[in-house]
Design a protein around this ligand. Sequence first.
Ligand code: DC
Length: 226
Amino acid sequence: MNSTVNIAIDGPAGAGKSTIARRLAAEMGYIYVDTGALYRTVALNVVRHSVESDNTNAIIGLLKDADVNIAYKNGEQRVILNGEDVSELIRTPEISMMASKVSAIPEVRTFLLGLQRKLARENNVVMDGRDIATVVLPEARVKIFLTASAEVRARRRYIELLDKGTEVEFETVLKEMIQRDEQDMNRAVAPLKPSEDSVIVDTSDVDLDGAVRLMREAVESQLKKG
Ligand code: DC
């Protein structure tokens, strides 16, 4: 029996998972685990070795020398690849697309599963991803599927990229968002989908504070149910 409290938050890219989950974790005194960052770290390793996204055998081969870990610095999650903090390097459109590709490979998913479960076993966590409720933590106390329309999600991601000084076209961001959704939803292993017992929270028509409020209500009502 797991004595820690686990909150699973799944949903497509740009639904606001990480921002909302981080706020929720801080309010509850839980640690926040962004599992997408782990897939991004594997993707960065693949790009650094100049391996193409369709070369599955080579991608699997790279795993044995890849030490992927999570650390916390000033309460913020950092991802560590072979001892190097790569937290900033994984936030590019190229890595987003490669992460979506590598995450469809079963060996990559298995490679990252133990670390995610260990974090949840040892800590109260708010963990976000695509398959947390369905695969990683099926026993989580709270399961939420956070979503919003593709337009709204692309607009948010576009503004985020502009704020960071990345030059992009909105149309490109929207196209890549839709492509990534399709890849994530249609893969054979651990596809993105709500578990049967997830509460669906749609943030298309609310701002960030509204989304956090909706989320908090959903969490509280599920925690009450026990
Ligand atoms: O949440 P994100 O955009 O940082 O995730 C990057 C990619 O990683 C995403 O396209 C799908 C994949 N991913 C996954 O397959 N399973 C998870 N639990 C988290 C992310």
